[in-house]
Design a protein around this ligand. Structure first.
Ligand code: B12
Ligand code: SF4
Length: 524
């Protein structure tokens, strides 16, 4: 039995897709012949100048729209054909797609192509896109899709492949949606989730680290879920319970990759939501990295997302630095204790100031993320955020002001209970939501973000430009879309023109200008 694994756009291009390399390791551990194919990276590397920005984080909305993706695929059909033939050349019996909301449209289109060329291949969709149960129905509306795995596939997928191989009953595979007499059935929740310490190592055989933008680092996710419950967060929704690899296990996997497949690797990025959700494992991991470096005489650095924790003392931070930690990224979001409480963000700003200063003393760089206009944020709350910035200005290395300011993400608790947070319902747009009293709007949030950035400039604090786009263009790009959404087309055009003057090759903006102008909407 042969399994092909496919990653469609849009996804990260700095390093191999974690979902695929993890699943590939798990399938091979069961002796299943597996090959991975990354269409996302393939298209990214072959993109033309007019699509240069299509992989920018802020423009990922493009990929949610099936028509846009289909038109794009038609325009690069020769490249798509080569890719599809490459997958089928492996003669897979099963093709698995790793699907999130941002890859759903492209995955459906590619799955259709593959099925059309080889109707015998079984198509399995899985991944975090299916934490939204509506996505399961949308997937089964496509004739090409045979199965959907809505949760961790580490053991479910190998089990499904085994059952298909021995022509068994797929209903025995818990954690699976399948077609049943004209409708869709679910086999039931798996009894337990794979312990992260017993996971197979990631497999980079087909998706080599050096074929990605940043060829010298390894991405690892050494925990799933989070220990906190911030009201705006949707990232923790999928793996609700915090599960983590022990310090010993993280160390073992790094040593394995470094000494076998990826000897060039000098750096690890931990994608964990909260790397220090369990401080004991952090201490164990650091002790091991100091006592048994993956390659003696060669330094190995790492960075991680962390939560502000009172146990991040100068002593612990120094131990982390000695173990290779070069950067910690903190979701600070606000400097107002009252607003943090409202966000259910469980830390004291005074401790945060101390941790950031101690990190600097220990030699660890810090990045602090901020958001603007969380429901209920008053001018005085915002002033406290500016005061917080002043307090950390001499010790923080970089700040990242959210370019979506305060997005109302599905599966977050403020999205689920807007009335509790004074948000106008129905929520028609995750970015453009408004407070019931009308004082908290998208342009208000954008202005606060700009004031924050101005203060950064004054204080000499470095502002992270985000993913690929230039900071100052965001205002024009974002307000162009905002006014288009509000049908204020004249104002939308004004902003899109400003953007186009700076970045004339941008295909999305050029199309917006053409669409609005051609329809004569600007005069409306
Ligand atoms: C790391 C990460 C990234 C990295 C990915 C880097 C890489 N090279 O892989 C980066 C930073 C690039 C990224 C980008 C984005 N991300 Co992201 N990301 C994550 C994060 C934190 C971890 C995902 C991960 O790798 N987990 C580890 C692997 C092993 O798990 P996994 O991929 O889920 O795979 C497991 C299962 O899902 C399942 N599975 C997966 N695929 C398949 C396939 C088959 C066939 C089967 C059977 C099973 C299966 O089995 C796997 C093993 O258990 C999650 C949040 C979270 N807590 O998980 C968000 C998350 C996946 N991202 C999300 C989003 C939306 C994005 C963006 C689109 C953001 C945006 N605002 O536009 C961008 C992509 C746009 C762009 N231009 O890059 C959402 C997806 C939501 C949804 N409903 O689909 C999440 C859930 C966060 C959130 N709630 O907002 N992301
Ligand atoms: S700490 Fe970060 S990942 Fe955890 S719930 Fe809060 S925002 Fe989400």
């Amino acid at each position: 039995m042969k399994v092909a694994l496919v990653q469609c756009p849009v996804w990260g291009t700095r390093e191999p897709p974690l979902g695929l390399v993890q699943l590939s390791g798990c399938l091979k551990a069961f002796g299943i012949e597996t090959k991975s194919f990354d269409l996302n990276n393939y298209l990214f590397r072959h993109r033309s100048e007019s699509f240069d920005n299509l992989w920018a984080w802020e423009q990922s909305q493009f990929w949610y729209d099936r028509d846009s993706v289909e038109k794009f695929f038609v325009s690069v059909s020769a490249t798509i054909d080569v890719f599809v033939d490459g997958v089928l050349g492996f003669s897979p019996n099963i093709i698995g797609f790793t699907v999130t909301a941002s890859t759903f449209a492209s995955s459906v289109l590619i799955a259709g192509h593959l099925k059309q060329k080889n109707p015998d291949c079984l198509i399995v969709f899985g991944g975090q896109g299916f934490m939204d149960s509506r996505a399961v129905s949308r997937a089964f509306a496509e004739a090409s899709i045979d199965y959907v795995v809505p949760a961790d596939g580490d053991s479910v997928f190998p089990e499904l492949v085994g059952i298909i191989e021995r022509k068994g009953d797929v209903r025995e595979c818990l954690g699976l949606y399948f077609r049943n007499a004209g409708s869709v059935a679910y086999s039931g929740d798996p009894v337990s989730r794979t312990s992260l310490d017993s996971l197979a190592y990631m497999d980079f055989t087909d998706l080599r680290v050096q074929d990605y933008e940043d060829g010298r680092h390894l991405l690892m996710m050494a925990s799933r879920g989070c220990v906190w419950h911030c009201a705006f967060c949707s990232s923790r929704a999928f793996g609700d319970k915090y599960r983590f690899m022990s310090g010993e296990r993280i160390h073992q996997e790094i040593v394995y990759h470094k000494t076998t497949v990826s000897s060039d690797v000098r750096h690890i990025d931990f994608a964990d939501l909260a790397f220090n959700g369990n401080m004991d494992r952090v201490r164990t991991f650091c002790d091991l990295m100091v006592r048994y470096p993956p390659v003696p005489q060669e330094s190995m650095s790492w960075l991680a997302n962390a939560i502000i924790h009172p146990e991040l003392t100068l002593e612990t931070l120094s131990r982390m630095a000695a173990a290779g930690c070069v950067r910690l990224i903190f979701g600070i979001e606000s400097g107002s204790p009252a607003l943090l409480k409202r966000m259910r963000k469980n830390y004291d700003p005074a401790i945060a100031v101390r941790v950031i200063k101690d990190a600097r003393t220990a030699g660890i760089h810090t990045t602090c993320n901020f958001m603007f206009g969380f429901p209920g944020e008053t001018e005085s709350d915002f002033e406290q955020t500016l005061d917080f910035l002043r307090a950390i200005a001499s010790s923080v290395d970089r700040v990242y002001p959210s370019r979506t300011y305060c997005a109302m993400e599905e599966f977050s608790s403020f999205y689920a209970h807007p009335e509790e947070f004074g948000i106008k319902t129905p929520i028609t747009h995750h970015l453009y939501w408004e407070s019931v009293d009308g004082t908290n709007t998208y342009p208000v949030r954008l202005k606060r973000c700009q004031r924050f950035e101005l203060l950064c400039r004054e204080l000499g604090v470095q502002v992270d430009s985000g993913v690929q786009t230039a900071v100052h263009r965001d205002e024009w790009f974002n307000l162009g879309h905002y006014y288009e959404y509000r049908r204020e087309y004249g104002r939308a055009l004004e902003y899109f023109y400003k953007y186009a003057a700076e970045d004339p090759c941008n295909a999305i903006v050029a199309r917006k200008i053409q669409e609005i102008s051609a329809a004569g909407k600007a005069g409306v």
